[in-house]
Structures are given as C-alpha cells and as structure tokens.
Design a protein around this ligand. Sequence first.
Ligand code: PGA
Length: 253
Amino acid sequence: MQKKIIIANWKSNPDAPGRAAALVEKIERAAKKIRRTMVVIAPPFPFLIPVGKNLKKIKLGAQDMFWEDVGPYTGAVSWHQLKHCGVSYVIIGHSERRKLQGETDDMVNKKVLAALKNGLRPILCVEEHENKSAAPSTLERELTTVLQGVEKKWLKNLIVAYEPLWAISTNPNAHPDTPEDASRARIHIRRIIASRFGSRAAGEVTIIYGGSVNAKNLRGFLEAGNMQGALVGKASLDPAEFARIIEECEKIS
Ligand code: PGA
C-alpha cells in the first residue's frame, strides 16, 4: 500500500537556526513510530543542512529550486546544490512564489523538468482562482504548460498539490476547501494528466491537498477527498499540532 505523504512547508520561518532545531527535534520525536506515513520537512534554504542533519525518519524538502545546474545565476539555488544538502523533495510553483516573485507557468515547467530529470521529487502546486467556478480552466492552463516535456516514466515521482488560493491560511478570510470539492479537483487534475499520458500513467501521480490543513480536518481530505496526503503550512510550525496531524494520518492510512 502506498504511504500517505505529509509535507511541512515552513515558508520563511522560523527566524533563527536554534528555533528550527528545536522544532525539528519535537517533530522527529512525534514521527518516531510512523510506519504508514511519509513525512517531509521543507525549511528555508539556510536551515537545510542543520535541519537535515537531525532527521531520521523524516525526509528533507526544499521550497524552491532553480532549473540550471551551477553557474552565473545570482541568488539562485540549483537542484544540484539541493541534492548535496540531502534534499529529496522540492516544492515548485507555490502560489506565494507566483504572486510575490512573479513566477510563471513557463518557469515552473523548467523547474519541474529539472527536478524530475535529476531525481528530485517535485511537489507541484496548482492553484484555484478566488472564483471557484474558474477552477477547471486554471488547473488546465497550469498543468498543460507545466507538464510540457515531462516523460511518462517520471510520473511516479510527481506529486501534485491542489492548493486553492483562498484556502491558504495567510490569505484574508481563508477557509479550507470541503473534502467534496477537493475530491472534484483531484478527479479533474487526474483527468487532465490522463488526457496527455493515459489513465494508467496518470494513476501513478500522487495528488495531495493544501490549504488550512489541521489535525481536525485532515481525515476529511484523506477519506472523503481521497487525497494521498497534505501540504501543511501554518500548522506545521506548531509541533504539537503537527504531531497530531502525523498521528491522525497514521490512523487513516
Ligand atoms: P497553510 O499553508 O496550511 O498555512 O494554509 C499551506 C501552503 O501554503 O502550502
């Protein structure tokens, strides 16, 4: 049986390495007995090495990467460097990067290709418009561009995170999606991928949900929503809450 995946997206938190170390220690303790859940922590770049050093059960993720190897790319962190830090998962195309850093579908496409070609598992974020009824076309536009050049054999390493914009906890009036609507989005995502690669290959893609996930609502997304995991922002910075999320996931898997 495939493991469910819970990814902690720390965003630009915490402010100091000591706090990152304390957080990871508590989460590691909570994850000690996990058997059916894959837990990934994605800290900010400067904390990758110190956090990674203390991980046993948990895998290390990054929050972004550049598509080139190494070279004259000021400020960029390449997949190559991430691999040297022990990173195996990378969040790509998060809506905060699209909005605040001007990331486009073309850029996201290059990053996804570079990750897949070079053995990193991309957690590709696809969003939904403020206006729910616009969702199908947004998902279609994003996935069509972003998956250009992707080979069928790579799909088993692809994770797609369905993250409605209005559900992300930092947005005003944020509220989680309903498991039923998330499930509809999941079916839609799988259908878009299947129209390109066939339904068998599309079935190998892991689809998860993100947006105001907590220990209470996780079950709905995994059961009624049929999601294969969750991308967790705010709640991943509270070690007690994140421990409950992991525990809940273990019960459901
Ligand atoms: P949230 O963030 O859990 O705080 O809503 C999710 C995300 O932005 O990935």
